[in-house]
Design a protein around this ligand. Structure first.
Ligand SMILES: Nc1ncnc2c1ncn2[C@@H]1O[C@H](COP(=O)(O)OP(=O)(O)OP(=O)(O)O)[C@@H](O)[C@H]1O
Length: 260
């Protein structure tokens, strides 16, 4: 197996009396696609929030592989984690709706680059050169995802499935090593979900990054994940391949039984 790029050790967070994530130890490997499933309230999004720095853990740790060494990132805020190669999408769409599609990608691309922001304010020649390069890079990303024809549309005018697709493009524009997708199929119709399934597979092959996916759509998550973690009441109930998870009696009892 390839090396681990992300690990948690006994990670926990409490909100008042609720232990939303309870001693969770997981890992994701280089270029691996890991699914995270579990019923509503199991702690999936809270775990994402701990991994991306929105929440600080009550105990335990989050470490990532930064080249040759494992670095504890417990205390790093989200923007510093982004600089280390962590990107995410959210359950609810968070686009700049009154900006164009390509502008949305450009904003994501430059947000973590402080020198660029200074050059932009001073309008230096190197800023204009960099801006042209960035636009070209943004357009080539949009081309990969079949969105060139809507590059100059306002994000707000895109159909729902395309808006979700744009969110993923924005996350990829930050050139992440690890991409967290929080329920990317939420609200999609079956055709959009099918297109998303292909898109996620394509990203893994083409970008060679690690993807961690929260998803309630069992067809999607079983089709794309190489390995799954099942959370229940904030704890890891099971881990394994989609086949192993589908045949795990505890999981069947807890969740898949509900799916029929
Ligand atoms: N900021 C918070 N303050 C208090 N309780 C919280 C907070 N965030 C999450 N919780 C609680 O933690 C538990 C886990 O919630 P979480 O949203 O992580 O579950 P989930 O598995 O992502 O659910 P869903 O599938 O519905 O998105 C729930 O009981 C929730 O009410």
């Amino acid at each position: 197996m390839t090396k681990a790029v992300l690990k948690t050790r006994e990670l926990s967070v409490k909100f008042g009396g609720v232990t939303a994530v309870n001693k969770v130890t997981i890992e994701a490997h280089e270029n691996e696609l890991v699914g995270l499933i579990g019923p509503n309230g199991a702690g999936k999004t809270t775990l994402f929030n701990l991994l991306t720095g929105v929440y600080k853990p009550t105990s335990g740790e989050v470490v990532i592989d930064d080249g040759d060494q494992l670095v504890n990132i417990n205390q790093l805020p989200p923007y510093k984690r982004a600089q280390l190669g962590i990107a995410r999408t959210f359950q609810n769409i968070r686009l700049f709706k009154s900006r164009t599609v390509v502008e949305n990608v450009l904003i994501a691309m430059t947000a973590k680059n402080r020198p660029y922001v200074v050059q932009a304010m001073l309008r230096t020649p190197s800023f204009y050169k960099k801006e042209a390069q960035n636009r070209e890079k943004a357009l080539s990303l949009l081309e990969i995802f079949g969105m060139t024809n809507v590059a100059d549309e306002l994000a707000n005018n895109l159909p729902y499935g395309q808006q979700r697709r744009l969110e993923i493009v924005r996350a990829l524009a930050t050139t992440p090593k690890i991409l967290f997708l929080d329920e990317p199929a939420a609200g999609m119709n079956p055709q959009e979900t099918q297109a998303l399934t292909e898109l996620i597979k394509q990203i893994q092959v083409q970008f060679k990054i690690t993807i961690v996916l929260i998803e309630h759509d069992m067809n999607l998550v079983m089709a794309v994940s190489e390995r799954l973690y099942v959370l229940e009441y904030g704890k890891v109930l099971a881990t394994g391949t989609p086949k192993e998870i589908q045949n795990n009696p505890a999981v069947i009892k807890a969740y898949l039984g509900e799916e029929g």
